[in-house]
Each structure stands twice: as structure tokens, then as C-alpha cells.
Design a protein around this ligand. Structure first.
Ligand code: FUL
Length: 475
């Protein structure tokens, strides 16, 4: 009786989950990363004046889209699989796309709708209607304001932020850009002004306001705190990509782009990488770039180099002078989404048998990695920071992609791994053409098609016990 009772206790005993390995993401950061792809819109006076960086003196009357349709934008994004959109509510020229009373340099003085328009409001409503998230870009640098460089501008900037946070419903992300070119119109002064990027804008206060008014919002900057710039505008994450930074060292405008590209392996703050890139060479619309739109092939490539390397993909659409996303841009984006969806549609590991070198307990069995559920994961025992998963197929399978996901709510752990497959009765290394160091939320490896009956992933080193959510293999 006693023996039976004891073994019953042993069977049902709940083995606790591994302790987190810090830093770990806030729940909202995990939700944000799960969006994977979302759109960017650069639209403003630049659009109508063939510019990228307006000086701040362009006549607001020139803002006059003839067929503006924010629903067309939102519908395009839905069809392109994008989960949200971030709009340049204000770019460096200082022109505001919403009818703010804080400045006259805004849409109230545009020709569009005789000054009655509100692009921020129109897009926020369209996003709501089509079920995608909405965010804004509010450039700290303002080449129009006479008081730029003095404390009163910072108050103005924070007041703008407050307006956006309180007038347009939920914002999933706010973009705090790091560029600061120096010269500008500045109310007619037409001069160069330098500010101290570390201190001038009082970002900690701005971020506290965001937390207070919209606790779900992710604040983007070169240095977070919600997510970080990936260090280039080509949309490419490092093959090694840690979702951490040493918080005390970084700030918006942080100049070391290589560090932002790979993260700080010993960072103390969770700040994952966002990969921004435009579907055209420029961020704003230029007719001369109508034949330079990235193809669906280009975009597929970018997906694997951003989302497939533990980043998110922020894909920019330069809305044209009509106020629409041009046809080629939307077609290529939709085709891109269809291609990626198709390429990753059938996980060949779902029906494979899976064995692990070490299992923490029943709730953390190897079978958790091919159950299509991110929330369940395979974990190793405490102190076991390496191990392997072996997948065996009933029939030989052809594959050219492998997808791996760590259970990041408990931290990013894997430092190094390698993959091999069975060729006849020999295990041979899988040549994936890039370093296999970090995994993070998602890592996708691509390789020339192999046909095999078994695949093995060796996790060679990690910052703690392994916690692997999903592994997939695709044709
Ligand atoms: C940069 C800006 O200077 C560009 O104009 C663009 O907005 C890009 C996304 O960020 O810092």
C-alpha cells in the first residue's frame, strides 16, 4: 500500500519550471515580438516635395493628397500579413499630420480637406476597422521649431507626445528616432544646432509618461527601453542576436551600430531588435523610385534575415502623392506574405518521433517542441545547459529549412548549437552557411535540400537549462 502510494506521489509530483535567467522580457515585449511583421508609413510634406529630410520651411499648403484612403493602407497590411502599422505623425521637418493646437506647422494649414484633415485619426480608425495595431513616429529632432535646442522645445515635444497618447486610442509602439542632423530652419534662424542626445530630450520622463498613459506601448529607440534599433536600415539582424543591452551604457543616438546589431551578451535589460527597412530605396515617396520597389523575393530574403534571426520586421511603405500605397508595393508585399506562409506551412516534424538527451519532467517532455504550441516547452534539469533533440521520420523527408524557438518568457539562453542529419547510417553536419549561436524567440536556418530519415539538434552551450518551445522543419 505504502509503496503504491509513494509511487503515485512520484508520478504526479509537479516538477517546477526552470528559474528565469535574467534579463527576461515583460509580457508586452513577448506579445510585441510575436507580431513578427508590421508596417511603417513615411508620409508628410516630403512626399509632395520630393525630399527625405525637409528643412522645416516647406509650405504646409503643399500637403495635398488627392485620393487619400487610409483603409487602402490598412487592407494592404492585412493582406500582407502585417499585424500593425507605425505612422510618421511628425518627421524631422516638424510638420504634424494631426490637427494639433500646439503648432501651426500642421495639417490644419494644409490644402488637404481645407485644413480639416487628420491623417493620424484616419489611420487609427482604419486600423481599428481592419483589426491591426497602430503606432506613431514622433521625431525628437524638429527643424521647424524656433526654440529647438532650448528647454521650452522639450516641453513642447512632451506635450505632443501626450496629445498622441491621449487622442487616438491604443498605440502599440512609439518610435523615438535617433537622427539629429544639426541644421534647420528653426523659425527662420537657418543655422546649425547641436544638442546633447543623452540628456536634451529627457527621454526617461517621456517614457514614464508612456508607461502611465499607455502601459502596453513599446518604446522604440536606438537603445529601447521597449525595443531597439537593429543598427542598420537594411532590415538585417545579426546572425548572433541577443535581446539584451547594458542599459546604463546605451541611449537614443548610441553610435555603436555593430553592438546594436548583435546586442550585448551580458546585457542587463531585455531590449530585442527591430529591423526597419523600406520597400523602396527612400523612406518617402519619389516618383523616380517607382521602378525600384523591392520584389517579393527581396522581401522573403529580408524576412529570414530579420524574423528568422530573432528580430521583428518593420517594413516601410512610402505612401504616394495621391495618398495611396502604390500598386507594385502592395502587390509585392502581399506576394511576399503568401510565399513565406507557403514556405512555412507544413512542419514535417509534427509527425516525427522526438527524443531528448535529458528531460526535466513530464510537463517538459521532448514532445512539447513539435506540438505547435509556443507556451509549452522542452526543458532540461537544473544545471544541464546542453543537450540534444533527435527527430526521426517514418519515411525519408526532404527539407531545406529548420525553425527553432526558445521559450523567451524565461529568458534567452542558447549560446551555441549545431544541427546534423542522418545520411545512410552516418550523422553528418548540416551546412547552414551562417553561425549557429543564438536562437531567441525565433531562428530560421535555410540550406540546400537534404533528404533524410532523422535530424538532430545539439545545443552546445546555454546560459541556463534549455527551454525550447518549438522546432520545425520545412520543405
Ligand atoms: C531615420 C530618419 O532620419 C529617416 O528619415 C527615417 O525616418 C528612418 C526610419 O529613421 O533615422
Amino acid at each position: 500500500m505504502i509503496v503504491a502510494a509513494l509511487s503515485f506521489v512520484a508520478c504526479t509530483e509537479q516538477i517546477p519550471a526552470p528559474e528565469p535567467v535574467y534579463p527576461i522580457p515583460a509580457a508586452k515585449q513577448v506579445r510585441w515580438q510575436q507580431m513578427e511583421t508590421y508596417a511603417f508609413i513615411h508620409f508628410g510634406l516630403n512626399t509632395f516635395n520630393d525630399m527625405e529630410w525637409g528643412y522645416g520651411d516647406t509650405d504646409p499648403k503643399t500637403f495635398n493628397p488627392t485620393h487619400l484612403d487610409a483603409e487602402q493602407w490598412a487592407k494592404t497590411f492585412v493582406e500582407a500579413g502585417m499585424k500593425g502599422v507605425i505612422l510618421t505623425a511628425k518627421h524631422h521637418d516638424g510638420f504634424c499630420l494631426w490637427p494639433t493646437e500646439l503648432t501651426d506647422y500642421c495639417i490644419r494649414n494644409a490644402a488637404y480637406k481645407d485644413g480639416k484633415g487628420d491623417i493620424v485619426g484616419e489611420l487609427a480608425a482604419a486600423c481599428k476597422k481592419y483589426g491591426i495595431k497602430f503606432g506613431v513616429y514622433l521625431s525628437p529632432w524638429d527643424r521647424n521649431r524656433a526654440d529647438y535646442g532650448s528647454p521650452s522645445y522639450v516641453e513642447y515635444y512632451h506635450a505632443q507626445l501626450r496629445e498622441l497618447l491621449t487622442s487616438y486610442g491604443d498605440l502599440f509602439e512609439i518610435w523615438f528616432d535617433g537622427a539629429n542632423g544639426g541644421d534647420g530652419y528653426y523659425g527662420g534662424a537657418r543655422e546649425r544646432r547641436n544638442i546633447d542626445r543623452r540628456t536634451y530630450y529627457n527621454f526617461p520622463k517621456a517614457w514614464a509618461m508612456v508607461d502611465e498613459l499607455q502601459p502596453e506601448t513599446i518604446c522604440f529607440s536606438d537603445a529601447g527601453p521597449g525595443c531597439r534599433w537593429v543598427g542598420n536600415e537594411q532590415g538585417i539582424a545579426g546572425t548572433t542576436n541577443w535581446s539584451f543591452l547594458r542599459a546604463a551604457e546605451v541611449y537614443p543616438g548610441y553610435p555603436n551600430m555593430d553592438e546594436l546589431n548583435v546586442g550585448h551578451p551580458d546585457g542587463d535589460a531585455w531590449i530585442a531588435a527591430e529591423c526597419d527597412v523600406s520597400i523602396r530605396p527612400g523612406w518617402f515617396y519619389h516618383e523616380s523610385e517607382d521602378d525600384k520597389v523591392k520584389t517579393s523575393d527581396d522581401l522573403v530574403e529580408l524576412y529570414y534575415k530579420s524574423v528568422g534571426r530573432n528580430g521583428t520586421l518593420l517594413l516601410n511603405f512610402p505612401v504616394n502623392k495621391e495618398g495611396l500605397i502604390s500598386k507594385t508595393d502592395s502587390l509585392n508585399a502581399v506576394q511576399f506574405h503568401q510565399r513565406v506562409t507557403q514556405e512555412l506551412s507544413e512542419n514535417l516534424l509534427e509527425n516525427a518521433q522526438v527524443k531528448a538527451s535529458d528531460v526535466r519532467g513530464r510537463a517538459f517532455a521532448a514532445s512539447q517542441v513539435n506540438d505547435a504550441d509556443f507556451e509549452s516547452y522542452w526543458a532540461t534539469s537544473d544545471d544541464v545547459c546542453s543537450g540534444s533533440l533527435t527527430f526521426t521520420f517514418k519515411e525519408p523527408q526532404s527539407l531545406s529549412k529548420l525553425l527553432l524557438q526558445e521559450y523567451i518568457p524565461l529568458g534567452q539562453r542558447v549560446k551555441s548549437f549545431r544541427v546534423e542529419f542522418l545520411q545512410g547510417d552516418k550523422w553528418v553536419p548540416l551546412e547552414v552557411g551562417e553561425v549557429t549561436t543564438t536562437i531567441g524567440y525565433k531562428r530560421i536556418l535555410r540550406f540546400p535540400t537534404i533528404t533524410t530519415t532523422a535530424v538532430r539538434v545539439h545545443f552546445l552551450d546555454a546560459r541556463g537549462p534549455l527551454c525550447i518551445s518549438e522546432v520545425g522543419a520545412y520543405k
